[in-house]
Design a protein around this ligand. Structure first.
Ligand SMILES: [Zn+2]
Length: 70
């Protein structure tokens, strides 16, 4: 029979990590769905979310690689 002790309510670190991962994927999907894309600038290394069609890093002005056709 099941011998799971339901009284122990400790949070499994792996469950927490998985939750963060899922939240991150949902956030990414939302960004893509809303026509934005998260990018890491190859020049200054900062992560930013730019609208579709944006070509330059808002931090350092570096040009992003061309957008793949959607
Ligand atoms: Zn930059």
């Amino acid at each position: 029979m099941l011998s799971v002790d339901w009284q122990t309510r400790t949070i499994n670190p792996m469950v927490l990590l998985f939750g963060v991962l899922v939240a991150d994927i949902i956030w990414m999907a939302h960004m893509f769905a809303s026509g934005q894309r998260p990018l890491v600038c190859s020049l200054c290394g900062r992560q930013t979310v730019v609208p579709q069609g944006a070509q330059f890093c808002p931090f350092c002005g570096a040009r992003f690689p061309p957008m793949p056709p959607t």
